[in-house]
Design a protein around this ligand. Structure first.
Ligand SMILES: C[S@@+](CC[C@H](N)C(=O)[O-])C[C@H]1O[C@@H](n2cnc3c(N)ncnc32)[C@H](O)[C@@H]1O
Length: 212
């Protein structure tokens, strides 16, 4: 009996390890991270329970990744912070790299935001990420989509582009888009991808220039 429970626990632990490894791989690929990036002070915005940071720590890649998420309880010792991207609990010009994986479209979901001005929300999110970033530091946001198939992504994309184009015009940032390839966005009840639902995934790289 005892053994069965132990078996079950070890399977559970194995699954969790595999999930963490997959999560780490998708961060690594989607955010185009390089080994040098792990020498930087990183903030993971919307980082869930901090799986990216803990995988990097356990594999001796970095002990310098801070995680912020509204669902977290602040635990400074482990660099976990409760908070929202539009009001970051950090001082100015601290981080070298701010990443946000699969979280920016989430800004527009959930009742809390329904009445808020979407442009203002994205503007505060971008301004906050820039505020906590050192000059010449970088923000990377992915995977984003233009919302050609996933309609609810479209307003996020449009507002984000407008906000970034204005900052770029003002010389405060440079921004580049990289395509990550097509991925299915709809699945049937067996978990198989629905044909024709593939959509281009995009990485946005933003560099903070002098003067902001
Ligand atoms: C789809 S999950 C992605 C989690 C993780 N980054 C990943 O790639 O697996 C989206 C995350 O965004 C967080 N989130 C929602 N609204 C947010 C906000 N205003 N600021 C920061 N994070 C937010 C959610 O709590 C959730 O953990």
């Amino acid at each position: 009996m005892g053994n069965k429970f132990e078996d079950f626990r070890s399977h559970e632990a194995e699954n969790e390890k595999r999930d963490q490894e997959e999560l780490f791989q998708s961060y690594f690929y989607d955010l185009a991270l390089s080994p040098e990036d792990f020498g930087k002070l990183i903030l993971d915005v919307g980082g869930g329970r901090g799986g990216f940071a803990s995988w990097a720590r356990e594999h001796n890649l970095s002990d310098d990744i801070y995680t912020l998420d509204p669902e977290l309880k602040t635990d400074e010792k482990n660099k976990l912070f409760a908070g929202r991207v539009e009001e970051l609990p950090f001082q100015n010009e601290v981080f070298d790299l701010v990443v946000s994986h699969a979280s920016i479209p989430q800004l527009f979901s959930g009742g809390r935001y329904e009445e808020l001005d979407k442009k203002q929300l994205v503007e505060s999110a971008v301004n906050e990420m820039l505020r906590v970033l050192r000059t010449e530091g970088e923000i990377r946001l992915a995977p984003l989509s233009r919302g050609e198939i996933q309609n609810w992504h479209r307003p996020v994309w449009e507002v984000l582009r407008t906000v970034l184009d204005k900052l770029q015009e003002d010389g405060l940032i440079t921004s580049e888009e990289e395509t990550l390839g097509k991925a299915p966005t709809r699945f049937n009840k067996n978990g198989e991808a629905i044909e024709g639902s593939e959509e281009e995934k995009i990485l946005i790289k933003i560099k903070k220039m002098h003067g902001k």
